[in-house]
Design a protein around this ligand. Structure first.
Ligand SMILES: Cc1cc2nc3c(=O)[nH]c(=O)nc-3n(C[C@H](O)[C@H](O)[C@H](O)COP(=O)(O)OP(=O)(O)OC[C@H]3O[C@@H](n4cnc5c(N)ncnc54)[C@H](O)[C@@H]3O)c2cc1C
Length: 219
C-alpha cells in the first residue's frame, strides 16, 4: 500500500523512502565500528533499547517522502512540526484551477467540557449546518472564478478562499520527525481531521519500518 485516502478527497501518498530498520541499527553500531547485514533479534532489541532510552539520532537517518492533500486548516497545524522536515507546496499565486473544499461528514457539536475539541455527534440541525458550509464553499468558488474572469491576479483572488480549501504539498521527513508528529497528532486531544492524517502516515511508515516504528510509537 502506498496511498491512503483521508477525509472526503484528501490523501497521504508514500512517494519514496530512504533506508529501513537496518539503517537505524547500523547508525547505532558505528559507535563500535560494527555493521549488521541483516536484521537479527539482537538488532531488534537494540532498536527497542535506543527508543526506550531516547537515543534518537539513529532514527534521524531513515527518511520518507510523502505527497499530502489536506485542507488548509489541517495544513496549518501540520506545518507547525518543523524540525526534521522539508516541504514544498502548491502555490495559489501560480495555480488558478477551481479550488476543492472539504465538507465534513458531520457538523460536530461543541463539547462544553473541553476548551478545544468537539463531540463525536453532530448538532441537532446537522443537515442545515452542513448545507451552510457547502453553500459558503460554492459561493466562494463561484466568486473566485468571477474575480479571475475580471482579470484579478490569482494571488489576490485567493484571499476569499476558506480554510476548508484543499492544498497539496510534498514533504520529506526523518523517521524520528514523523514519530514525534504522530505521537502528538494521534493523541485524542488533537483535532479529528489531523488525527486521520497522522494515522495514514502511521499506516504507511509502520509497513516500511516495522521494528523502528513499533519501538518509537507502539503500533
Ligand atoms: C493537541 C495540540 C494542540 C495544540 N494547540 C496549539 C495552540 O493552541 N496554539 C499554538 O500556537 N500551537 C498549538 N499546538 C502546536 C504546538 O505548540 C507545536 O507547535 C506543535 O505540536 C509542533 O511541535 P513539535 O515539537 O513537533 O515542533 P518542532 O518545531 O518540529 O520541534 C521539534 C522539537 O525540536 C525542539 N525545538 C524546536 N524548536 C525549539 C526551540 N526554539 N528551542 C528549543 N528546542 C526546540 C523541541 O524539542 C521540539 O519538540 C498544538 C499542538 C497539539 C498537538
Amino acid at each position: 500500500m502506498s496511498k491512503v485516502s483521508v477525509l472526503d478527497s484528501g490523501f497521504v501518498e508514500l512517494l519514496d523512502t530512504f533506508g529501513d530498520d537496518l539503517t537505524v541499527v547500523n547508525a547505532a553500531r558505528v559507535s563500535f565500528n560494527k555493521e549488521s547485514t541483516e536484521m537479527t533479534q539482537k538488532d531488534e532489541k537494540l532498536i527497542k533499547y535506543l527508543a526506550d532510552h531516547r537515543h534518537v539520532t539513529p532514527f534521524f537517518h531513515p527518511q520518507a517522502r510523502l505527497r499530502l492533500k489536506m485542507p488548509i486548516f489541517v495544513a496549518r497545524e501540520w506545518f507547525r512540526h518543523q524540525i526534521g522536515f522539508a516541504r514544498n507546496e502548491v502555490s495559489r499565486r501560480y495555480v488558478d484551477e477551481e479550488p476543492e473544499m472539504y465538507l465534513p461528514e458531520v457538523a460536530r457539536s461543541r463539547d462544553a467540557k473541553l476548551k478545544q475539541g468537539s463531540k463525536a455527534e453532530g448538532v441537532e440541525e446537522n443537515t442545515r449546518a452542513l448545507s451552510m458550509i457547502d453553500d459558503l464553499n460554492s459561493r466562494a468558488k463561484k466568486s473566485y472564478l468571477e474575480l479571475l474572469e475580471l482579470g484579478v491576479a490569482p494571488e489576490v483572488a485567493r484571499t476569499i478562499l476558506p480554510q476548508g480549501m484543499y492544498t497539496e504539498f510534498i514533504e520529506t521527513g526523518s523517521l524520528a520527525a514523523y514519530a514525534r508528529l504522530c505521537q502528538l497528532r494521534l493523541d485524542p486531544s488533537a483535532q479529528l481531521e489531523i488525527r486521520q492524517y497522522a494515522d495514514a502516515v502511521r499506516t504507511l511508515l509502520l509497513e516500511k519500518f516495522p521494528v523502528s516504528w513499533g519501538a518509537l510509537c507502539g503500533v
